[in-house]
Design a protein around this ligand. Structure first.
Ligand code: IPD
Ligand code: CA
Ligand code: CA
Length: 269
């Protein structure tokens, strides 16, 4: 299976690089942002031609290599989640950062086999940070192996978090959890604005933990494999296994997982 996954990883890397190329061009030349309110979204939930074109080229690279594989992507790409071969794509994770010219966003590409993550790639096309993993093959940052932090308690950790586009109860729950994390003397909270890279930050030991109360499969599909291959643990915010559905997320270096869940479950919206 490993050599089989290595060739799939090569395709995933090529697809992410192609998407990243598109994002870099729009980053340089500028792009008009639209909000998703016309489709029932929020005025601060943004999309652009960069998202759409990135998804088109990512999907194109994958379909050329594997014409019979299913594709699921944020921009209206509905794949069969029960398929033997399924790709899960976020063509631009961190759209708000992109919109405000903050160079922290990514292309996220995951390959699932029989509903389990088998390959994950997260690429920040501006910094060149490339995170990869194959099931059973370890996790890497720019080809160097990575592992989670050895922080033994929350008081040794930085904790990342995210705020879904919903405000109201979701935001109050997140802020209550953040406050409780601080009461455990964490070194700090970070909200960087791209869930895929946040999971890679846990995988590479920058964050001891990360949580967010609502993410979509394309936000966490690649990052979850990179994290688990680096020795981390990821569940929903109540400790349940993740599926290919919208979910809360609790991610950690494994050692901290129970302590993280005690907080995320308590304040879960
Ligand atoms: C978002 C980012 C953000 C997270 C949101 C996601 P998008 O993805 O990952 O960090 O807080 O919940 O929806 O919209 O930039 O692809
Ligand atoms: Ca996303
Ligand atoms: Ca996106």
């Amino acid at each position: 299976m490993t050599s089989d996954l290595d060739s799939i990883l090569d395709v995933a890397k090529s697809a992410a690089a192609a998407g990243g190329h598109v994002l870099k061009r729009y980053w340089r030349d500028g792009v008009e942002l639209r909000d998703k309110s016309a489709n029932g979204g929020k005025t601060y939930d943004l999309v652009s031609d960069a998202d759409l074109e990135s998804q088109a080229v990512v999907a194109g690279v994958i379909s050329e290599a594997f014409p019979d594989h299913e594709l699921m992507g944020e921009e209206d790409l509905v794949g069969d989640t029960t398929a033997e071969h399924l790709w899960v794509i976020d063509p631009l994770d961190g759209t708000n950062n992109f919109a405000h010219h903050i160079p922290h966003f990514a292309v996220s590409v995951a390959y699932y086999r029989n509903q389990r993550p088998a390959v994950g790639v997260v690429l920040n096309p501006i910094s060149g940070d490339l995170y990869t993993a194959t099931f059973g093959g370890g996790a890497f940052h720019n080809d160097a192996p990575i592992k989670v932090s050895g922080a033994p308690s929350l008081s040794n950790a930085i904790v990342g978090c995210g705020f879904y586009y919903d405000r109201g109860e979701m935001m109050r729950s997140t802020l209550a959890a953040v406050e409780e994390f601080f009461s455990h003397d964490i070194h700090g909270i970070r909200r960087f604005g791209g869930a895929a890279l946040d999971l890679c930050a846990v995988a590479s030991g920058m964050f001891g933990a990360f949580f967010e109360y609502k993410l979509s499969p394309w936000d966490f599909a690649a990052g979850q494999l990179i994290l688990t291959e680096a020795g981390g643990t990821i569940t929903d915010g109540r400790g349940q296994p993740l599926g290919l559905v919208q979910s809360s997320i609790a991610a950690s270096n494994s050692t901290l997982h129970d302590a993280v869940l005690a907080i995320t479950a308590k304040h879960h919206p």
